[in-house]
Write a new protein. Sequence first.
Length: 329
Amino acid sequence: MNAALRPLGASPVSVGPLGLGCWPLAGMTREGVSREVAVATVRAAIDAGVTHLDTAYCYGEHGESEQAVCEAVGGGRDAVVIASKCGIHWEPDPAGSPPRRQVTDGRPERLRAEVEESLRRLGTDRLDLLYLHAPDPAVPIEDSAGELRRLLDTGKARAIGLSNASAENLTRFAAECPLAACQMQFNMLQREIEAEVLPWCVAHGVAVVAYWPLMKGLLAGRMRRGQVFPMSDSRHKYPIFKGVEFERTLDFVDALRPVAERLGHPLANVVLAWTAEQPGITSVLFGATSPDQASDNAGALRCDLDAAARDAIQAAIEARGPVAGRRPA
């Protein structure tokens, strides 16, 4: 993999081809990562050469992910690129299980307050990259974009991004605020953004940051046939982790194993390396729940795919075909 820094659009910010997605470090996933482990995981990623750290206001009910990033970075703030997101928060949901829910709120005053809180949690005076986490259907996206433009102009952020958006969202947002990056779900088998969003970003010079490259671990090659995910594991809600869809994807993973073995890398490294070299993709976010996992995934920086590997991967993708059920059932 070419590990050189890549620019975020026309902004002054550049990132490496890999980034650490810090949602698992909030302690809310099935692993229940502790603060100590979260901090050690971020430090392991940085030590392994991954300096693009992606978090969000809502990663943890009380900002646990941002707080862990702050502690891990310490005095090395200028050596990393910190990206965060505003526009989604947690609120009580007495009827729910668990008794909380995420709420999308794109009102300017809400975004402003969340960014100020994120800066406090992160112990910094600016974000290198600030995303609107998702468009709010109840608020004109131009209003949200206008607030992020103000945050950019006042130095609270060095670059602005939009996540989980359509091409129309991007067009309307960019009319109000300089857009440096777009963060979207993308992996070997879930490539919907290639239809409209990715071409839009390429045409307008906007960087694309990909999340879910390993499909919640499915493409890392560690799941077994017949595996059933408990209710406490969010994967039980996704059709891709059930029945025929799950088994077909495990067949796909098995088809990739000889490629990884020949290259001398874990399968996850091969998947990340392939994702990072796709046209229009600027940076790829991987998750980790331990220092060892962060270090292992960062090994993709040293994984070089050759023509034979690319051909074998493409053949496996074509044989698998598109997956069903991108969203939870």
